[in-house]
Ligand binder design. Structure first.
Ligand SMILES: Cc1cc2nc3c(=O)[nH]c(=O)nc-3n(C[C@H](O)[C@H](O)[C@H](O)COP(=O)(O)OP(=O)(O)OC[C@H]3O[C@@H](n4cnc5c(N)ncnc54)[C@H](O)[C@@H]3O)c2cc1C
Length: 302
């Protein structure tokens, strides 16, 4: 963060400033966060915590899970991946995004900040929404927020197809029934400089793998626009580049065999923990079908 303060601070005279603010911690937003954080951009994800994927009963077409995966676990793992790579999580709903302006008076905002996001903490005390996950990674950094403001140099909108919080910056949009989609250049840039879109809000196909890929694509577009030296986000075995007389390109890493084995062992332990027991959260359905704001189906606790 450009300006470091207590993340629960609501004193608007000290505004946290991130290089990248991501609105929406669903499939697209968490994928984007993993890429921007790994590119060493200060990244925060503001999320209301309710990826639509949580309504799925069992995800059977996401790569890497031959027998499928619990959708709530998949979101937990994605969130943990983003935080392990350095992204901060803030639990809340962005109610307004505006440009930094003269009317902001004596707010202490970094000179580099383009946007100010107003974030309302909501009453949802659902454990997974607050950032706990199957591997006990409450340290995924989610912070229950009351109303607060966060500044950002760049913003990726990866929320649901309701863009009303973007009214003050007024990107080009397309209305389709009750949904609003942001127009973009195909690589995630909207018509507002510094504002990007990913996932459903960018009207991509309604599939998790597409949303994840789109989050990555938008993040890489942003990384290039930020002029961060970047070739690819690759981890290669020691010597892959250097033994051919090449420098390790920016964004890439070479790891020794010892380090590779250590990382593999860590990944095995983490996945064993994630998959040790069934996920504890209730099945979701469409909220119109049950008497529960989040669509939690009664009697589905484990
Ligand atoms: C019943 C059902 C089953 C499905 N099954 C599958 C399947 O089997 N396979 C598959 O590939 N896809 C499936 N999908 C589709 C998949 O869930 C979506 O395509 C995918 O989740 C879209 O990702 P996203 O990141 O765009 O949106 P989401 O994952 O919904 O994420 C959006 C995030 O933005 C947050 N948010 C919204 N507004 C704000 C705001 N103002 N401020 C802060 N945060 C905000 C939400 O809380 C949420 O966390 C299913 C969908 C449904 C409804």
């Amino acid at each position: 963060m450009g300006t470091t303060t207590d993340p629960t601070n609501t004193d608007e005279s000290a505004i946290d400033t991130y290089e990248v603010l991501i609105v929406g911690g669903g499939v697209a937003g968490l994928s984007a966060a993993t890429f921007t954080a790994r590119a060493s951009l200060d990244t925060a994800v503001i999320t209301a915590g309710e990826s639509i994927l949580k309504r799925n009963a069992h995800v059977e077409n996401y790569p890497g899970f031959p027998a499928g995966v619990n959708p709530r676990l998949l979101i937990d793992m994605q969130r943990s991946q983003a935080t392990r790579n350095g992204a901060d999580m803030v639990h809340g709903r962005v109610t307004r995004l505006k440009h930094v302006g003269t009317a902001d008076g004596d707010l202490d905002v970094s000179d580099d900040a383009r946007f100010l996001a107003t974030i309302a903490g909501d009453a949802d005390t659902d454990a997974d929404a607050a950032g706990n996950d199957a591997a006990g990674d409450a340290g995924s950094g989610a912070t229950a927020a009351t109303d607060r403001t966060i500044a950002a140099e760049r913003v990726i909108a990866a929320s649901w197809a309701d863009a009303s919080y973007l009214d003050p910056v007024d990107p080009d949009r397309r209305e389709a029934g009750s949904k609003t989609y942001l127009e973009d250049d195909g690589d995630g840039r909207t018509t507002v400089e510094g504002l990007y879109a990913a996932g459903r809000l960018a009207e991509r196909y309604h599939q998790a793998v597409v949303a994840a890929g789109d989050g990555a694509r938008t993040a890489i577009t942003l990384i290039h626009d930020a002029e961060i030296p970047f070739y690819h986000d690759w981890v290669a075995p020691e010597g892959y580049f250097t033994d051919r007389g090449r420098e390790v390109p920016p964004g890439c890493e070479e790891v020794s065999e010892t380090e590779r084995r250590a990382r593999e062992r860590e990944s095995i332990a983490a996945m064993q923990e994630y998959f040790a027991t069934p996920h504890e959260d209730r099945q979701r359905t469409h909220p119109s079908l049950v008497d529960d704001d989040l669509g939690r189906v009664p009697g589905t606790d484990r």
